[in-house]
Design a protein around this ligand. Structure first.
Ligand SMILES: Cc1ncc(COP(=O)(O)O)c(C=O)c1O
Length: 433
């Protein structure tokens, strides 16, 4: 058996390949790649072990005292999810992570783990469409109200705080506008406000970091309490899996495990294995290439005569370029402005611009080899979609501008193809309209 080494001395990309030198989550010692766990239940050596296993669910202190997990049933805990959780915590420079069946299951858990009827959320107004739908259609049924505000002003939320406020919900770069949030300023102000509030009325920050991935931005380093990810995107990276994660401090771990046990939104062990072995371990290869491609594409679009506007945090023309330079950094401090470009075409009026955008996407759907008309993002292939009628349909068309994104805007999620091929396909599609 390998000696237990101090892996914290190694760089994060290396640790995302190797994981723990010795793991309590799995008692193999000769596999180079962790085995896929394919067991819904676990053999118990004694009735006592069964009882201990149940007692240990959501009781990390006991797990540590026992020297590792006692697996009983895969909805409660199992090795592949535990190994992936460890890697996710390393990637976000956080204490713990808990995996979920999808990004939305993770958002649900992060937001609801401490909410009660009567509580209120203050949310950035530009967020992923299904999160907006959760806040406006599902949570109100349980007596939870959400106020939306433009957090490009990092103190705009302060006047909305009441005794009932429990969650400040952030998403940046926002889907689809790519607006950024100065999380450091937000968290500093919130700390002051929380000092004046009782322990059971503390306001928690929850931030969706899916668009950035921990490669480009690590909100916990700036004071955010809870980060959520759709693992489906840049972290799994190949477009083969759906998953989610909540990454946070030790103090929320047990409640999150119990929440997952009772609501049942567990990630399958096979999917966790995939994301662990192929996805997160290759973040350091995929992301720099995708960022380089995204910048070249953003620059191409910016100078194209048929393009009205391009938003990409790496462009000098991006309104929050200074914020991007401060917050979007890889593990070595290099500028890492992400892999998504949001742009709009010129037109007589917004409806005309949208018609041109639709023609362009139809042309791409039929005639492009390196760009695929499909939702999702963060995979090897470049994908294009129209948020206004697809991913962000939960926002009424007439409200989209007020909620911070151009209804005619087109979202490009950049892949790893040689960038000249993507630009040539984009150029042909623009010529065709
Ligand atoms: C920013 C963001 N958050 C959350 C989600 C939800 O993730 P999932 O589809 O894995 O449930 C998505 C999906 O597109 C997303 O873009």
């Amino acid at each position: 058996m390998l000696k237990k080494l101090d892996e914290s001395k190694y760089s994060i990309p290396t640790r995302l390949i190797y994981g723990k030198s010795v793991t309590e989550e799995w008692d193999y010692s000769h596999h180079v790649t962790p085995p896929i766990s394919a067991s819904s239940t676990f053999r118990l050596d004694s009735a006592g072990r069964g009882a201990t296993g149940f007692e240990a669910i959501g009781n990390r202190e006991l797990v540590e005292r026992l020297g590792g997990p006692t697996y009983v049933y895969a909805r409660m805990a199992e090795p592949n999810n535990d190994m992936l959780s460890h890697a996710l915590a390393v990637a976000e420079r956080a204490e713990v992570a808990v995996t979920f069946a999808s990004g939305m299951a993770a958002v649900h858990a992060a937001v609801c783990v401490r909410l009660q009827a009567g509580d209120e959320i203050i949310s950035h107004k530009t967020i992923y469409g299904c999160t907006y739908s959760m806040f406006t259609t599902r949570l109100p049924r349980f007596g939870v109200k959400t106020h939306f505000v433009d957090l490009k002003d990092p103190l705009a939320w302060v006047p909305l705080v009441t005794d009932r406020t429990r969650i400040l919900y952030l998403e940046a770069p926002a889907n689809p506008s790519l607006a950024l949030i100065e999380v450091d300023t937000v968290c500093k102000k919130l700390k002051e406000i929380n000092k004046t509030r009782p322990a059971d009325r503390q306001i928690l920050t929850v931030m969706d970091n899916t668009f950035a991935t921990p490669w480009c931005q690590r909100p916990i380093e700036h004071g955010v309490d809870i980060v959520v990810h759709s693992l489906t995107k840049g972290i799994s990276g190949f477009g083969t899996d759906i998953g989610g994660a909540v990454v946070t401090r030790q103090e929320f771990h047990d409640e999150l495990i119990l929440f997952r046990k009772d609501y049942g939104g567990i990630l399958s062990p096979q999917t966790a294995w995939h994301i662990l072995v192929y996805g997160i371990s290759t973040l350091s290869l995929r992301l720099p290439r995708q960022i380089e491609n995204a910048l070249a594409i953003a620059r191409f679009l910016e100078t194209h005569p048929k393009v009205a506007k391009v938003a990409y945090p790496g462009l000098e023309s991006f309104p929050q370029y200074d914020v991007a330079k401060r917050l979007m950094r890889d593990y070595e401090g290099n500028f890492a402005p992400g892999i998504i470009v949001f742009f709009s075409l010129k037109g007589k009026d917004p409806a005309d611009a949208l018609r041109s955008g639709q023609k362009m996407m139809d042309f791409i759907a039929q005639s492009s080899y390196t760009i695929t008309l499909a939702v999702s993002l963060g995979q090897l292939r470049t994908l294009i979609e129209h948020p206004g009628s697809m991913t962000h349909r939960a926002y009424k068309p007439e409200e989209q501008l007020a909620f911070g994104f151009d209804p005619g805007g087109i979202r490009l999620a950049v892949g790893i193809e040689p960038v000249g091929d993507i630009i040539a396909d984009l150029g042909r599609a623009l010529d065709a309209i």
